[in-house]
Ligand binder design. Structure first.
Ligand SMILES: Nc1nc2c(ncn2[C@@H]2O[C@H](COP(=O)(O)OP(=O)(O)OP(=O)(O)O)[C@@H](O)[C@H]2O)c(=O)[nH]1
Ligand SMILES: [Mg+2]
Length: 1156
């Protein structure tokens, strides 16, 4: 029976033959020139072989010289005094010169003088060192190949650096220690450096030799392959065997053209964890990692290659999770000889993949699957999150070289519940989500921070101080609580290797104290609010709504581990304690009722089926109904489809936003794919993209100037051209077709709401486009149908879905609004006919300041009818909330045309109603953030139009406020207060009662607690239809009364019973109609706002005057009741505004204001 050693030898000689270093392709193979050998000097020892171009005759020298063809090859066999002359005689046509095996110490300059057409020179097996190359070699402009194998070079000869046409360079078996200057040879395609003394391959090497296809560096002293290898995008064949490598970077495996990786005979003990996506599947022909120190079976590599050699490592088990996947790779040549295998047993492994599959199939029947848990790893950038996850999953020390995570990365890991190799041991499967701490990515994180997850709050203990509490813990706790009113977390301190254990413990204790105090403070501040409202004598509907919100917030669930878990990824310590802490947390059945429950095996089959499907699909995104049809068509179980899908979502197998009104229409079959979709756009290094390295741009025929223009647009205007997105997505959608790109883009805009389209090209079916959002800066016109998208040319059909409510329409936040119904329609339309969006603007990426032009323009409307609502977030506002408001504002249904959009503001126009909307984010020093929405009418106030203007303002404002409510309603722990600004002092004096308007609608004025002025309620809530009709009637009556008064005046000029008096006995010019405002600076406005809030919250801010003034008269503020500048109409009545009001009961006071 053959021993393992013999089997391995057989492998080596047979199967490995296919990928052994390929002989460097020679110029003759490539140019198809035939080279018959000619022996120079027939009776003596030959001194040279000559080759003729195109010679077909067996003995060409017998041919007359005219038919011999030109001499193209010359191989010197023996040095002779006449050899130089001989070479010279054929110099003009010579393309190949072979000077190998001549014991040369240097190359005679005369030998190569005048070889102007020389393409290949071979100097193998000589004694030439770096000084042995003549200067005139630099004149060989056509030289594409130089071979100096087996010489005495210790560094790259300086003169060789000048051979800019060189494509193939073979310097194996020298004494090279450095490759300095090689970066000048930018055209190199083949580089052979085997058997030298190289210890490093420099950064320059990788960044300049971008055309390399073959790189062979075996038998050197390399200790690492830097991640800069990613620049070698054309590399097909990498041989770094027989070096001193301890790991390989992930970049090697994902090079777009890589076919062969030979890293055998090193000391590799860890490999990167790579998510094998569609494009990476079985891309490589061979991966050779034999004779290394691997402990973990690199499962992902099985799906990337046709041949995986893992012989002579230290692998003990093949993960059980692979059971169902092994039969997906039937063609795989898997070699596991000489590993201390226990699962499957060694003899099973030795018999090949088929036996392994068989073995697993047998144990599968008795195996049980248990539900796993999703783990969100959060913390600021550079704290050690990725290093920790990789240390945990690879079961050995791993630290990144400081590279930031782009967006989110996914990992998987199993924690064994018992210490045993038994395959049937119960395990907890973790789906680990590694979130980047970079602020640029925070926006996209919201889509992946899902409920029912365990959170690891990771911080660097060696650099921790109390001042960092907020960034390390506070903001993450706030975010999770805001989103779901719940957090179950384990604080994890990294970098333990840099601290003494006692210090680490002290920091851990302090952190736990701070966390407890932080949570207690949140709780007591909520309790204070409840008490404050409870203590009021009268609780209005709006206050009661607020009370309800606070009571709900008080139900928050905060569950943390008892203590900080201390780990070191550098030393692989503390991982077991972390696993124990995780197990303890998930053991809490209240927090994780489903984790570790036994899953029916059929569900497992559904998971595998969906997994396969996800990998098979170009765009692994399905509409819910299609997905249901697919799964139930194969497995039945229609009644369980929701439960199975939720199970898959909770364990990170798919993404399905079951609680989102429109996103629940889609199932994302491969989470990593969706993550990559976001990653491609929200990259922190987008401005550092190098055109020469980004092949996809060239493939899409994008020139460098266009590329630069598109990148500048992103950096300066946060605007992405569709072509740019297409190229950035080239790895997630491998297709030249626009359709999937457009479809995905539409889903991102319509459902994920990452931005809005700024330029829309009409699709063939225009009705589909009209349902897609537009920022309408410009619209590309091509044909008449394009006009449908212009806001001022909105067709009645496209307004069908408008959510502008009729007066009195009831709105319930979070309920299926008309908007979401429209969303459902959109998702169907998106699938059938995706709109042709040209550019999108992502507000989150905007970093521009308020434009000066805006200020000028907006101030020109001060003094016009206006209303300003404010959403106040007293403690915390989650990333992206304001940006979503801006995106909602520009949805079709609001009919708003964008005028300016900057980081903290959006200014838009409602053309039909003649209303300007200004949406603004204001951050206050006390940590609160206000989002104010102000609408101003474009027209000046006149008696006739005021009422209509107010109505037009509310028609714009209210639907938008409700849309904002819809965004907030998705966050179950949202802490937010609603206000209306006082039009006089601009303080937040009035509770925002747009959700509960009835009470306010019943009164006419309400006093501002900040400035003590009475404000017409028409400016605080949308007036009731009935009331407005009454006011209209009333106004007419007033007008008639005034006419009669004037007539009466004329008749009784000397005896005027209606002398002009102010209600308070003075004629204060400040006491103007609420709508006539003095423009305020934003500073004074903010102060007024703050003052208003404090007063509102400190006193009985909800006090309404029910139409009764302090003097006991009833005041009816008629909007726009001024006659003209300089005169003001005041009305007094001793009756309420009942519709039965009689003309003769109205007292009209006309105040002349001559000083205005
Ligand atoms: N000494 C020591 N260094 C560590 C440890 N963990 C991480 N590092 C180093 O800390 C730096 C940051 O580590 P990462 O794991 O990349 O940090 P991250 O939290 O994933 O950062 P982002 O991806 O930007 O959010 C790297 O240079 C690591 O080598 C540790 O336990 N000990
Ligand atoms: Mg990271």
């Amino acid at each position: 029976m053959a021993t393992a050693m013999q089997r391995r030898a057989a492998h080596s000689s047979k199967s490995r033959g296919t990928y052994q270093p390929t002989e460097m392709p020679s110029i003759d193979q490539r140019t198809n020139i035939r080279v018959p050998t000619y022996t120079f000097g027939s009776n003596l020892r030959p001194i040279a072989h000559l080759g003729y171009e195109g010679a077909r005759h067996l003995i060409p020298e017998r041919l007359p010289s005219s038919t011999r063809g030109r001499t193209v090859g010359f191989r010197v066999i023996d040095l002779n005094h006449s050899i130089v002359d001989s070479i010279r005689s054929v110099a003009s046509s010579l393309r190949r010169l072979d000077l190998s095996d001549l014991r040369l110490d240097f190359v005679d300059p005369e030998m190569i003088d005048g070889l102007l057409r020389l393409e290949r020179i071979v100097l193998d097996h000589n004694r030439i060192d770096e000084n042995g190359f003549p200067d005139n070699i630099a004149r060989l402009d056509h030289l594409v190949e130089l071979s100096a194998h087996d010489n005495c070079l210790t560094q790259l000869p300086t003169i060789i650096r000048k051979l800019r046409s060189l494509q193939r360079l073979k310097l194996s078996e020298n004494r090279l220690k450095s490759l300095e200057g090689i970066d000048k040879l930018k055209r190199l395609q083949i580089l052979v450096l085997d058997e030298n003394r190289l210890q490093v391959l420099s950064k320059e090497f990788f960044s300049h030799l971008k055309r390399l296809e073959y790189l062979h560096c075996s038998r050197n002293a390399l200790t690492a392959v830097p991640s800069d290898v990613r620049n070698l995008r054309l590399l097909k064949d990498l041989n770094v065997s027989h070096n001193r490598l301890t790991s390989l970077p992930a970049e090697v495996f994902v090079l777009p053209n890589i076919e062969v990786i030979n890293a055998s005979d090193n000391q590799i003990d860890r490999l990167p964890t790579i998510t094998v996506k569609g494009s990476l599947k079985r891309k490589l022909t061979t991966i050779d990692l034999s004779n290394n120190l691997l402990i973990r079976f690199p499962a992902h590599l099985m799906f990337m290659t046709g041949r995986l050699d893992l012989c002579s490592n230290r692998i003990r088990t093949i993960p059980l999770g692979l059971i169902d996947k092994l039969d997906q790779v039937p063609e795989l040549q898997l070699m596991l000889d000489e590993n201390p295998m226990s699962l499957p047993p060694q003899d099973v492994c030795a018999s090949g993949l088929r036996s392994i599959v068989q073995y697993f199939m047998e144990i599968k029947t008795v195996m049980r699957i248990h539900q796993g848990v999703r783990v969100l790893v959060l913390g600021p950038t550079g704290q050690g999150k990725t290093s920790l996850i990789q240390t945990m999953t690879d079961q050995q020390a791993r630290t990144t070289d400081g590279e930031r995570t782009l967006g989110v990365d996914l990992y998987e890991h199993n924690i064994s519940l018992e210490k045993s190799d038994d395959p049937l041991t119960k395990r907890l499967h973790l789906s680990l989500w590694d979130f980047s701490g970079e602020t640029r990515y925070l926006f996209q994180h919201q889509y992946f921070l899902q409920p029912n997850s365990l959170v690891l709050l990771v911080f660097n203990m060696a650099e921790y101080s109390a001042a960092k509490f907020r960034s390390c813990f506070g903001i993450w706790i706030d975010w999770m609580l805001f989103r779901m009113n719940r957090i179950v977390a384990v604080p994890v301190g990294t970098h333990a290797d840099r601290l003494k254990p006692a210090k680490a413990k002290q920091i851990g204790d302090d952190v736990m104290k701070q966390i407890r105090k932080y949570v207690a403070d949140i709780r007591s501040s909520i309790e204070r609010e409840i008490k404050r409202i409870d203590s009021k004598a009268y609780i209005s509907a709006a206050l009661s709504e607020q009370l309800e919100m606070y009571r709900n917030l008080l139900r928050m669930e905060v569950l943390t581990a008892e203590s900080v878990v201390t780990v070191s990824s550098k030393e692989n310590s503390g991982i077991e304690q972390l696993e124990e802490a995780i197990l303890k947390m998930v053991d809490n059945k209240d927090a994780f009722p489903n984790v570790l429950r036994e899953i029916p095996s059929l569900w497992g089959e559904v998971v595998n089926f969906i997994d396969d499907k996800g990998y098979a699909m170009q765009v692994p995104m399905m509409r819910w109904d299609e997905y249901v049809a697919l799964v139930t068509g194969k497995f039945g179980m229609r009644h369980l489809i929701q439960a199975i899908t939720e199970f898959m979502h909770d364990t990170g197998k798919i993404i399905w936003y079951s609680d989102h009104p429109t996103l629940r229409d889609y199932v994302f079959l491969r989470p990593s794919w969706l993550v990559d979709v976001f990653k491609a756009i929200f990259r922190h290094d987008i401005d550092q993209l190098d055109y020469s390295l980004e092949e996809s741009f060239r493939q899409h025929n994008i020139s460098q100037p266009k590329f630069e223009k598109m990148i500048n647009e992103v950096v300066d205007e946060a605007t992405f051209d569709r072509e740019l997105i297409k190229c950035l997505w080239s790895s997630v959608i491998q297709s030249d077709f626009n359709r999937p790109v457009l479809e995905l883009l539409a889903v991102l805009l319509e459902h994920f709401e990452i931005g809005y389209a700024t330029v829309i090209r009409p699709s063939r079916n225009t009705s589909a486009i009209s349902s897609v959002s537009k920022g309408n800066i410009t619209t590309e016109r091509s044909g008449q149908d394009c006009l449908d998208f212009l806001p001022n040319a909105q067709s009645p059909a496209s307004r069908k879905g408008s959510i502008t409510p009729r007066v009195g329409e009831k709105y319930e936040p979070g309920s299926a609004t008309s908007r979401s119904k429209q969303g459902e329609k959109s998702s169907a339309e998106i699938r059938t006919n995706p709109p042709r969006i040209s550019k999108i603007l992502i507000p989150w990426l905007l970093n521009t300041e308020q434009p000066a032009k805006f200020r000028e323009e907006y101030q020109s409307f001060s003094g016009h009818a206006s209303a300003a609502s404010v959403f106040r977030f007293p403690k915390y506002i989650p990333p992206g909330m304001f940006e979503k408001f801006t995106i909602r504002a520009l949805k079709d249904e609001h009919d708003l045309t964008k005028l300016y959009h900057w980081k903290n503001g959006l200014y838009a126009r409602h053309i039909q109603n003649g209303v300007r909307l200004y949406l603004q984010r204001i951050e206050h020093d006390d940590g609160s953030t206000c989002i104010s929405v102000e609408c101003r009418h474009e027209s000046r106030l006149t008696d006739e139009d005021t009422e209509k203007q107010v109505e037009q303002i509310w028609q714009v404002l209210l639907p938008f406020l409700k849309d904002c409510e819809d965004v907030i309603a998705k966050c179950t722990g949202a802490r937010m207060e609603r206000y209306m600004e006082c039009p006089y002092c601009r303080g937040l004096s009035f509770l925002g009662e747009w959700l509960t308007p009835k009470e306010l609608q019943a009164v006419d004025v309400k006093m501002c607690d900040n400035c003590n002025r009475d404000v017409s309620t028409s400016f605080l809530v949308q007036p009731k239809e009935k009331k407005r009709v009454e006011e209209f009637l009333l106004k007419r009556l007033l007008e008639e009364a005034e006419k009669r008064r004037l007539a009466f005046d004329e008749a009784t000029t000397n005896n005027d019973p209606f002398s002009p008096v102010c209600e308070n006995g003075d004629n204060n010019s400040d006491d103007i109609h609420p709508n006539v405002m003095t423009p305020m600076t934003s500073d004074s406005r903010n102060k007024a706002n703050q003052k208003g809030v404090e007063k509102q919250r400190g006193t009985n801010g909800d006090r309404a005057r029910s139409g009764t003034t302090s003097k006991g008269t009833v005041r009816i503020n008629v909007p726009g009741a001024e006659k003209s500048p300089g005169s003001r109409l005041r009305t007094h009545s001793n009756r309420t505004t009942d519709s039965s009001i009689q003309e003769e009961h109205i007292l009209v006071t006309l105040t002349e204001q001559t000083n205005e």
